[in-house]
Structures are given as structure tokens and as C-alpha cells.
Design a binder for this molecule. Structure first.
Ligand code: AMP
Ligand code: MG
Length: 318
């Protein structure tokens, strides 16, 4: 069973030390319990997906304590300032353009050029985020496909030893997820309804806010709204056993295949966690118009390999 501690100076210090060491800490927010990791550390972010057993890489919400902690992560705009002043701290997540050299692992945003950011209001979350002074990536602290956890016991049952510490503060308000609002489209668009309503957003903005209907196939969302959006511009070839002279090669494990114009290795040791942490950054780096394609070595279909292969299949599909 994971360690469960109530909130006090000692448990916050312990949580900070674990997060800074790349470990996972579950913590209470006003919506549900979150599974937190240092968003600047790709391997720590990969551990979130491994712990949840997620078969895909969904982009994660980045949590900070106050607005100025976002200045080096996202591009502010007038609407973002307005909504931030009105609804933060609180159950609203904003999708904004990511600053090119933002110190957040590309895995946390699943390779997208946007970031989802939020300032939670729960006092324990506030205390932790202030103390750690790092952006914290945190999806709900439950195994993939299971209910969102509203008590520390739910987290322990769902994740077991995959989480290093659970900060406990009783039951969270049930049924209030954060409202996810995309501010990178022409009209602000609610991607997920939640604690802040469309009416509240419209009152503050003084004009209409759109609501994205996931079932509405006839109206595809603008680029960046779908978590499946990122793919290299050049073709991607999977399970490569050979590499042509004009192709870039993305290896995994001992590098036995020769050839190619350029090559990178997701993990020389064949460590899937390291491979996940490197995946998006390396795909970006090899995505050069002068290369004919990116040839990618076979990735074992176990553990995080499932999510890596899911992402690669989408990248190869065109
Ligand atoms: P959860 O993992 O339950 O906290 O939910 C996070 C939600 O935010 C999911 O619906 C994600 O698809 C969405 N999300 C996170 N980052 C982005 C992004 N950069 N662009 C669009 N949606 C995002
Ligand atoms: Mg969730």
C-alpha cells in the first residue's frame, strides 16, 4: 500500500522532496484527487502514464499556484487574463499556445504546441504547488478507465504502489471537474464542461463562448483541439528492420541497424519509460523536410510500449 499522510508541514516537505526526485504524489484538489509529477521531467511524466495504465498519451493539465508561474510556459492573451482574473484559483483549465522553450516535457502535452494550465483553489494543492515551485502535471489519480477518485482511499485502491505518497484531505467536492476552455481557436471554446459554466464565462467575456460537441463529426475542431493532432510532416515507417540512405532512423535499444541520414535512440537501454519521455522531442527533431521519412524500430507491446505504439500508429497514419 502507498504511504498516506494528512496535510501538515512535514508531509508537504516530503511530497516536495519526492516530486523534485521525479516521483509521483497524489494530492487533493477541489475537483478530484490528482496524480502529480514534475512536468519539467519527462521520465516523471512518463511514470504518470505507466501508473495509470493509459494505453494512449492524452495531454495532461499543468498545475501551478499563481498566474506569474505561467509566464514562461504559455502565451498570455486578453481573454486568458480576463478569465484568469475572474475564475482562478478554481475549476477552470485554459488551453493556450505553449512558449517554444517552455520547460515542460513535450510528453505532458502529447507533442502539441499548446498547454492546458490550471490554478487549483484547494488549500492543500495551493500549499504543495507553492512549496514545490515547479509546474506539476496531474491527471485524475485513478487507473485508466476507472472512476475519478474523490477520497485518498480511492487513490490507494486504484493505483496501489504505483504512487509514492498520497496527501490526504478527506473527500473532494464530487462531480465538479475543471471546465476546459480552448483559447487558441478564433472563438473561445469549451472542450469539457465543468465547475465554471458557459454562462459565467460569457458574462465575464461579454460575448459568446462555443461548446465543442465531441459527437459532432461534421464539424471538426480546429487544429490543436484534438489530443490526436500531433504527427510529423514527413512519412513515418513503423517496425523498420532496415533503413534507407535518405531516411532518418529512430532506434530503440541496442542500435544494430546501420544506415540513414540521421539517427536518434529512444532508449539505448531499451527502457520504455525513457523512450516515452523522449518520444515527442525526438520525433520533432527528426521531422526535417530534407529526410524522406522517419523509420522507427519495433517497440515492444508491453507496459508503456502500448501508448508509444498507439501514438506511432497515429503518426504513421495519413
Ligand atoms: P484529466 O486528465 O482528467 O485531467 O483531463 C484533462 C483534459 O484536458 C482532457 O480532456 C484532455 O484532452 C484536455 N487537454 C489537456 N491538454 C490539452 C491540450 N493541450 N489541448 C487540448 N486539450 C487538452
Ligand atoms: Mg481523468
Amino acid at each position: 500500500m502507498p504511504l498516506i499522510l494528512s496535510i501538515n508541514d512535514a508531509s508537504i516537505s516530503r511530497a516536495v522532496a519526492l516530486l523534485r526526485a521525479g516521483r509521483l504524489v497524489a494530492f487533493p484538489t477541489e475537483t478530484v484527487y490528482g496524480l502529480g509529477a514534475d512536468a519539467t521531467n519527462g521520465q516523471a511524466v512518463a511514470a504518470i502514464y505507466a501508473a495509470k495504465g493509459r494505453p494512449t498519451f492524452n495531454p495532461l493539465i499543468i498545475h501551478v499556484a499563481e498566474t506569474h508561474a505561467l509566464d514562461n510556459l504559455i502565451e498570455w492573451n486578453d481573454t486568458a487574463r480576463l478569465f484568469a482574473a475572474a475564475f482562478w484559483p478554481g475549476p477552470m483549465t485554459l488551453i493556450l499556445p505553449r512558449i517554444a522553450d517552455a520547460p515542460v516535457s513535450l510528453l505532458a502535452s502529447a507533442g502539441l504546441e499548446t498547454l492546458a494550465v490550471r490554478i487549483p483553489s484547494h488549500p492543500a494543492a495551493q500549499e504543495l504547488l507553492r512549496a514545490v515551485a515547479l509546474p506539476i502535471a496531474a491527471p485524475s489519480a485513478n487507473a485508466s478507465g476507472k472512476l475519478s477518485p474523490t477520497t485518498p482511499e480511492h487513490v490507494a485502491e486504484s493505483l496501489g504502489d504505483a504512487v509514492d505518497l498520497i496527501l490526504a484531505a478527506g473527500r473532494s467536492q464530487v462531480g465538479v471537474e475543471s471546465t476546459v476552455v480552448n483559447l487558441t481557436s478564433a472563438i473561445p471554446t469549451i472542450l469539457r464542461p465543468g465547475g465554471v459554466t458557459q454562462e459565467q464565462l460569457e458574462r465575464v467575456l461579454g460575448r459568446k463562448v462555443a461548446v465543442f460537441e465531441a459527437s459532432d463529426d461534421s464539424a471538426p475542431p480546429s487544429p490543436g483541439m484534438l489530443s490526436s493532432h500531433y504527427a510529423p510532416h514527413i512519412p513515418v515507417r513503423l517496425n523498420a528492420e532496415t533503413v534507407s540512405d535518405n531516411e532518418a532512423f529512430l532506434a530503440f535499444g541496442p542500435d544494430l541497424i546501420k544506415g540513414g541520414v540521421a539517427r536518434l535512440n529512444l532508449s539505448v537501454q531499451g527502457d520504455l519509460n525513457e523512450a516515452a519521455a523522449n518520444l515527442f522531442a525526438m520525433l520533432h527533431e527528426l521531422d526535417k523536410p530534407t529526410y524522406a521519412a522517419i523509420a522507427i524500430a519495433p517497440i515492444p507491446q508491453i507496459g508503456l510500449g502500448l501508448a508509444i505504439n498507439d501514438r506511432l500508429r497515429r503518426a504513421a497514419w495519413r
